[in-house]
Design a protein around this ligand. Structure first.
Ligand code: 5CA
Length: 140
């Protein structure tokens, strides 16, 4: 896996896209949520806002809320802005945003807020196993 460090920083999807020179939609946001049974992970296109109800439906969870910074670190071992999509101490139930599959290659955080790596979206989907519609509908 080819990790690149970008001195300009890749803390947000917008920052990462600017540093890499790709579309925001090609950035994988690794977002931690707390579902009924504990932490879960949503891998969401940088172009989308996650719909919490859709994540709950995909996981069969009743309640889902966004994790706070301490919960993200406890669940993944990484800080917000650098959280990678896998490589966590405990395997998290994870759903991949289907919109990422519109791009051959996507880019995800590599553990720090200035490092990313590319991965074919089909490989990411294969590794994770679960792909679904997670996006909030665009505003009218
Ligand atoms: N390195 C980039 C792109 S690869 C990255 O990690 N982006 S991210 O989207 O996965 O991480 C930032 C996300 O963390 C934001 O989209 C936001 O949803 C979330 N976040 C930022 N601050 C907080 C906070 N204080 N509490 C909970 N979540 C937060």
């Amino acid at each position: 896996m080819d990790i690149t460090v970008y001195p300009a920083g890749t803390r947000t999807a917008r920052d990462a896209a600017a540093a890499i020179g790709c579309e925001v939609a090609q950035i994988v946001k690794s977002l931690v949520f707390i579902a009924d049974d504990g932490p879960v992970l949503a891998l969401v296109s940088g172009a989308n806002r996650l719909d919490v109800a859709k994540l709950g439906a995909a996981l069969g969870a009743g309640s889902v809320r966004k994790a706070d910074a301490d919960e993200v670190r406890a669940a993944t071992g990484f800080a917000i802005g650098g959280t990678p999509p896998f490589g966590h101490p405990v395997l998290l139930s994870t759903v991949v945003d289907q919109d990422l599959l519109e791009h051959d290659v996507v880019w995800a955080a590599a553990g720090t807020p200035d490092a990313c790596f590319p991965i074919p979206s089909a490989r990411l989907a294969e590794l994770i196993g679960t792909v679904g519609d997670l996006a909030e509908p665009p505003p009218e």
